[in-house]
Design a protein around this ligand. Sequence first.
Ligand code: PGA
Length: 247
Amino acid sequence: MINTIIANFKMNKTESEVKDYLMTFLPRYEGKVDLTLCLPFTALHVGRYLCQGHDIRLGAQNISDEEEGRCTGEISGRMLKDSGVDFVIVGHSERRKKFKEDSKIINKKIKSALKNGIGVILCVGESLAERNTLKTFETLRDQLESALKGLYENELERIVVAYEPIWAIGTGKTPTAKEIGQAVKEIRRVIADDFSKNASENIKVVYGGSIDSKNVKQFTGCKNLDGFLIGGACLEPNNFLKIISLC
Ligand code: PGA
């Protein structure tokens, strides 16, 4: 059942633009889903301030894999927690590719987030080449197993897995509802193999990649799916509200 919506603002909107966004969004948001807004770092403060009293979680889009010290330009888990952050996105394909984040770094980032009391939105997904060579499931298994290595089963309660096929991100292309259902099933199978059946049934799994107000209805009936991670289509508040109302 769809009850989780995560907005990924990526590197869009200044602090004052996020303020304007929230002034439009918040009075019209009816709170019918579990909503997390992953804002740019520079807008976390205004986000925290304006979302007070609303049932909305604050998310960040990155976290350092180190705890403290000589890491110029990085933001630690402790800093994020103190800024009111509830969730952080880890393993997004844009960071895997552009910033060369490998599975070791992703694993460290997840552990740092959890240690600091921050939930994790873990992105996994295959490239077009992997899809075309029928390696989607293999890729999902590899990415999940390396990311979750060394975690305790109870820590999965603070993790949301986002299935984000790389070829669907920002492209206007999506898998079919059936394909998403199969990928979600595989993600749960990996969790069942490595942790337990109970954990695999309880872990939240969302889909991300080119979701918008025109196509979201095709996926709301997706079996085993808990929600969506929305990038481009969250950036205009009324459009985002429309998507939420369709869920
Ligand atoms: P998109 O991005 O909705 O713009 O495709 C999703 C994401 O990258 O999280």
